[in-house]
Design a protein around this ligand. Structure first.
Ligand SMILES: Cc1ncc(COP(=O)(O)O)c(C=O)c1O
Length: 395
């Protein structure tokens, strides 16, 4: 643990999430430099909705992509104008849409005729733009998680693009895959999305004003490693867009992409303290003060942390089972952590958890306090907070 982390732990206690804003800004700048300058980059708040993190992405030119009232509240808390948001997601309620329009959101992605009907009702006399989310059958690459190319709840299949849906549309939204580890796969995915949106537009006789090509930009999760780089993307995308949408550099249509994890994963580290070390049935169990309640979304879904652990990692050490503080055998962070003689009081640093960390976890399970989240900018502490669950009487 660095001296800065040791000091933060002393001040704020354990477990502790630390988010580094310089790293957030660097990731946004790097990705923007890999894209043609005219392409708008949306930051997907689902990766990390901390207002200071959102403000960090906005400070270097990212726009917010949101899909809930909570994410809209985070945008407002970050002092980013709601007019800059793209509001996406299946099953948006009329109430949340009404609140979003009232707050100033003007661009939505709609997933179906039913979704559009709710948006129209919610917008009332206000003018809003919407993108039709497409679900084409094409499948260019292997993704971590695919949204298109196989049956899913997302978007509208081209054959179902009714004239009523397109008549008032501003354009298309095609988020086809997430977390592609290979930069070549990201490029293939985006080029395919350019071709698909152009083809669907031509077939429908529709001229989009906005085309959101989605993303798929990868990042390591909870293991050491660097985010991927995309040195060839800018040129390849420029060529493909020139061919598909000749006016795109004049903003006809305006092109956008989305990224969550790639922009914030590396900025976040979870510090957790070893509370116990014991052996059972010949296996070593390392009991930490953070488990699936603090870093649980992904491991709770069966993606256990792989067998590396940076703080004190030791080649050749027998693998230990890293567990959290919850009273369930399911509270396992890793079944094969290689730790260097772990002892009570040691601090483990889990890297690359700035995305899908705390807010993707089972935070209410067993009622432990949530970890404090500290945001630093270099040496300076920008914010320290602890989220709590609150009770509201429903009448
Ligand atoms: C529509 C949409 N946009 C953006 C994202 C963010 O994905 P990532 O964090 O992998 O960039 C997702 C993730 O599921 C998504 O569904």
């Amino acid at each position: 643990v660095t001296p800065q982390y040791a000091e933060l732990l002393r001040r704020y206690g354990s477990p502790l999430y630390v988010y580094r804003l310089d790293e957030v800004r660097a990731a946004v700048r790097e990705l923007r430099a890999c894209l043609p300058a005219e392409v708008r980059l949306y930051y997907s708040l689902k990766a990390n909705p901390h207002p200071a993190v959102v403000a960090g992405t906005a400070a270097v030119g990212a726009y917010p992509e949101i899909s809930s009232a909570g994410e809209l509240a985070a945008v407002r808390a970050a002092d980013v104008p709601a007019e800059r948001c793209l509001y996406t997601g299946p099953a948006k309620t009329e109430g949340e849409l009404r609140a979003a329009v009232r707050a100033g959101v003007r661009l939505f992605s709609v997933e179906s005729a039913a979704d559009l009907a709710r948006l129209r009702t919610a917008a009332g006399p206000s003018t809003v733009d919407y993108l039709v989310r497409l679900h084409p059958g094409d499948r260019p690459a292997v993704a971590g998680l695919r949204m298109t190319g196989s049956p899913s709840q997302f978007g509208v299949e081209p054959a179902d693009l009714k004239p009523e849906l397109l008549a008032g549309a501003a354009g298309f939204h095609l988020f086809s895959a997430t977390n592609l580890a290979d930069p070549d796969a990201v490029r293939a995915e985006l080029l395919n999305n350019v071709a698909v949106t152009a083809r669907v537009a031509t077939e429908a006789g529709f001229t989009p004003r906005v085309v959101d090509l989605g993303g798929g930009f990868g990042a390591p999760f909870a293991v050491p490693g660097e985010r991927p780089h995309y040195p060839d993307l800018r040129e390849a995308l420029t060529d493909a867009l020139n061919a598909a949408f000749p006016g795109w550099q004049r903003g006809e249509p305006r092109i956008a992409v989305e990224s969550g994890r790639h922009l914030v994963a590396a900025a976040g580290t979870l510090l957790t303290t070893v509370m116990d070390v014991k052996s059972s049935g010949g296996k070593e169990f390392v009991v930490c003060d953070a488990g699936v309640n603090a870093l649980g979304g992904m491991s709770g879904l069966g993606r256990l942390l792989p067998s590396t652990q940076p703080a004190g990692q030791r080649a050749g050490a027998a693998p230990a089972t890293l567990v959290g503080p919850l009273c369930t055998p399911l509270d396992v962070l890793s079944r094969s952590a290689r730790l260097d003689r772990p002892a009570v009081g040691d601090v483990l640093a889990v890297p690359n958890v700035g995305a899908y960390g705390l807010t993707a976890s089972l935070v209410a399970f067993l009622g432990r306090p949530l970890p404090t989240e500290v945001v630093v900018d270099g040496d300076r502490v920008v914010s320290a907070r602890r989220l709590t669950l609150t009770e509201t009487e429903v009448v």
